[in-house]
Design a protein around this ligand. Sequence first.
Ligand SMILES: *[C@@H]1O[C@H](CO)[C@@H](O)[C@H](O)[C@H]1NC(C)=O
Ligand SMILES: *[C@@H]1O[C@H](CO)[C@@H](O)[C@H](O)[C@H]1NC(C)=O
Ligand SMILES: *[C@@H]1O[C@H](CO)[C@@H](O)[C@H](O)[C@H]1NC(C)=O
Ligand SMILES: *[C@@H]1O[C@H](CO)[C@@H](O)[C@H](O)[C@H]1NC(C)=O
Ligand SMILES: *[C@@H]1O[C@H](CO)[C@@H](O)[C@H](O)[C@H]1NC(C)=O
Ligand SMILES: *[C@@H]1O[C@H](CO)[C@@H](O)[C@H](O)[C@H]1NC(C)=O
Ligand SMILES: *[C@@H]1O[C@H](CO)[C@@H](O)[C@H](O)[C@H]1NC(C)=O
Ligand SMILES: *[C@@H]1O[C@H](CO)[C@@H](O)[C@H](O)[C@H]1NC(C)=O
Length: 460
Amino acid sequence: MLSRFVIASTIVATLVRAGPVIQVSPQTKYQQYDGTGISEAFQRSLVMHELNLASEKIVLDYLFSNTTGAGFTILRNGLGSSPTEGYDLMKSIAPVAPASNSSKIDFQPFSREDQYQIWLSSQAISRGVHTVYADAWSADGYMKTQGTDFNGGYLCGVTNATCASGDWRQAYANKIVRYINNYKSHGITIDFVGFLNEPDLNTTYASMQSSGQQAADFIKILYPTLQKAGLTTQIACCDGSGWEQQRERLTGVQQAGYENEIGLVTSHGYSSKPGAPFNTPKKVWQTEWSTFDPLNFDWYRTGSQSEGLTWANNVQRLFGVSNVTGHLYWWGAANDTDNQALIYINGTSTVKPTKRLWAHAHFGSRLVRKGATRIGATVTGNAGPLSVTAFANTDGTTAVQVINNGDNAETVTLQGLKLNTVVTYLTNQASNFTVGNAVVSGSVAACEVPGRSLLSFYIR
Ligand SMILES: *[C@@H]1O[C@H](CO)[C@@H](O)[C@H](O)[C@H]1NC(C)=O
Ligand SMILES: *[C@@H]1O[C@H](CO)[C@@H](O)[C@H](O)[C@H]1NC(C)=O
Ligand SMILES: *[C@@H]1O[C@H](CO)[C@@H](O)[C@H](O)[C@H]1NC(C)=O
Ligand SMILES: *[C@@H]1O[C@H](CO)[C@@H](O)[C@H](O)[C@H]1NC(C)=O
Ligand SMILES: *[C@@H]1O[C@H](CO)[C@@H](O)[C@H](O)[C@H]1NC(C)=O
Ligand SMILES: *[C@@H]1O[C@H](CO)[C@@H](O)[C@H](O)[C@H]1NC(C)=O
Ligand SMILES: *[C@@H]1O[C@H](CO)[C@@H](O)[C@H](O)[C@H]1NC(C)=O
Ligand SMILES: *[C@@H]1O[C@H](CO)[C@@H](O)[C@H](O)[C@H]1NC(C)=O
């Protein structure tokens, strides 16, 4: 008579022979993990707030719940620079130009509590979000060579940006401190603050250009200003529009001798795709990336850049190849009919998640938590269509994400870890982070990964 164990071992033995083996190596340690996140800048927080109460809760849970949603833990808010607040603008707390660069700024209270970003931050934090990143797309127009917060231009006072009105770097730093203190008075800590967004571009919306040297010229003022204000907020730099644009700016900051003054290196994924890691000891986040094609709810159809499986690969490569410690998609939820958001909002009651949302859940707090360490994980032999990442949480649990980019199912076995309970989560065209089981025998777990799927093992 066969015992249960023998049956299980027989199955595993069969599976081992049949399919690829994933070797996890907990002793091989890579970067630390901070989290995953989204933004609702440019008043998408207002669009969310316009939903009826029931739908509002649904969308917040989809994004931030660590039991039913994607488990995002980082929120990137927009630090306003616009003098007015029509839809799609981010209103400044310093909209009126003072008499001179040395005059006191007449700060104004937040409009609609920072266009519902205070509300959103509180809602997100109550669901487990632990990090808030406030990022300015530009300084106020009167602080810049351009005279407007849109159409690019430079911050007056940095190298090559001399203005008749003088040097506005201290005024800009003071405004940033005021913004952080306003959040503090609402009980919200801004952990990181950025003063640039895509500084390699001049755009028709809020934008401010900057080289690495010019960023360093402001960091040398902002850093002591934050210190003097007694704030623990760390500086993030520079949200380049693509990986290589950011690498150039990071190099400039390093050459100017100001890398130590920043706490976080931030880059977007648009103009050049995330690739080789940056040469820095600092935390590195990809802080904004999406596509602009018509709304796409598919997991896998043609392999287009807007599908869920493509984003599963993007996120896995960010952690596994580009060595990021955090990854943020662009908007979490929005009413735009393209792929700038992970969830589509239509009117005041319709909330429709895309498959891209569920791809992100595999790298969010339901499986990987702040302080986790990425560890070694390889497909032994020919990996074929499989790719893998693994993270060791501080509580002893481990998450292993396996992507099958092929059409055929692959029965994989996992080895190298002490296995107690093993739960699996599957996302593909038919499943959204659906819970399942692996066959466990001794120190080996086996599970079928269907074609074109993302399956995570969660080991307790
Ligand atoms: C999950 O979210 C709750 C708030 O809803 C938070 O208290 C808890 O720490 C979070 N757990 C994990 C593991 O992130
Ligand atoms: C940015 O573009 C606008 C519109 O094309 C142009 O007017 C402005 O001069 C540009 N700014 C800089 C600094 O090149
Ligand atoms: C300043 O302008 C000069 C002359 O155009 C240029 O060579 C230099 O690279 C610029 N420096 C910065 C930091 O932008
Ligand atoms: C105002 O600009 C002038 C001229 O660049 C500069 O000397 C002065 O330090 C600036 N004032 C402040 C408060 O930064
Ligand atoms: C990965 O990032 C960490 C900082 O989080 C750094 O210490 C490490 O050197 C980086 N590794 C590579 C290969 O760049
Ligand atoms: C999104 O909602 C905002 C606020 O209600 C509205 O002004 C805007 O026109 C909407 N955008 C789209 C694309 O529906
Ligand atoms: C949004 O809702 C309207 C009204 O119900 C509907 O006509 C429209 O097709 C919906 N848009 C999308 C992209 O689903
Ligand atoms: C999975 O989510 C999609 C939206 O992304 C939804 O259309 C579908 O009904 C969900 N499937 C299941 C099995 O829950």
